[in-house]
Design a protein around this ligand. Sequence first.
Ligand SMILES: NC(=O)c1ccc[n+]([C@@H]2O[C@H](COP(=O)([O-])OP(=O)(O)OC[C@H]3O[C@@H](n4cnc5c(N)ncnc54)[C@H](OP(=O)(O)O)[C@@H]3O)[C@@H](O)[C@H]2O)c1
Length: 303
Amino acid sequence: MKTNSTPVFLVTGASGFVGSRICRHLAPRCTVVGTYSSHPCCLPGCSSIALDITDRRQVHEAIQEVRPTHIIHGAAISAPDTCENNPQAAWDINCTGTQNIIDAASAIGCRVVFISTDLVFDGRHGNYTENDPTNPINLYAKTKVEAEKLCLKNSLHSIVVRITLQYGLSKGFGASFCDVLIRKLSQGQEVSLFTDQIRTPTYVADTACGLEHAALHGSPGQIYHLAGPERISRYDFAAKLATIFNLPAHLLKPCCMDKTSQIAPRARDASLCGKQFTKRFHFSPRGIIDGLTSMTYENTATF
Ligand SMILES: NC(=O)c1ccc[n+]([C@@H]2O[C@H](COP(=O)([O-])OP(=O)(O)OC[C@H]3O[C@@H](n4cnc5c(N)ncnc54)[C@H](OP(=O)(O)O)[C@@H]3O)[C@@H](O)[C@H]2O)c1
């Protein structure tokens, strides 16, 4: 039951893949307002508002109106190639937009959890901890590192949570690489996947849960790594998905990063070590087989 002391969450980027999951996760226990920019969204148990985070006045007005106790800030240009092709928009949305959110949140003493990325690291060694130095190798990652600094400058209220490659079904909210994999394999199409890019994939439902822990119980000024327990390539991940979803694994074609033309350079091993998060919040995302199995139920559930 929601009462006067129920937390009020503002989730930016609620029309996206991760933001929509956060809203669905929080809705049963919290008051949730999700924001969208160009894709109006309707999420069960939540209200939604249009918000362009680059418009400082709009952001202040929205936050004054909603008066959230917590903000989970996920709105961003999240695709590295799109950032590379639209550098001004990438800086404006990922950095100026973040500054606008932080300033408006500070004015009402509201906590902000900023969603950052494993790609802040250069990927030379992997298994990165919160103490490792960042070294971004593409524009997307540079904007995220800058936005992290803006958040931590305001350490009275802000927390940074770096998340990793997200898997799950998008259900029409943003894009998930699993949607593409399942569709192509179901249609008998071959899919090329990197064998030499390592991440720590996380089931998006667990990310939503972890972000709630960080928002409610995290320490302002801290960086946390929220990551799945397995370091794995996209190719090996896809092989597991094919097995669990009973799809033809022979259509998966191994390839290497330097044999494909991507606009933004990608880190080779951006795997994160999530031990500190687990210790701090007594929570760890499930393993890949468990996550994929849960996805099969999602596939048929009304969600
Ligand atoms: N997905 C991953 O694997 C992954 C991995 C690491 C980190 N992350 C981080 O997690 C966050 C969410 O990622 P995602 O995959 O869910 O991204 P996404 O699906 O691309 O969603 C991006 C969201 O940002 C909103 N947005 C874009 N421009 C905006 C603006 N000017 N003002 C307000 N909102 C704006 C979009 O709204 P409209 O669609 O309505 O325009 C959308 O809701 C991002 O910060 C991303 O960097 C994601």
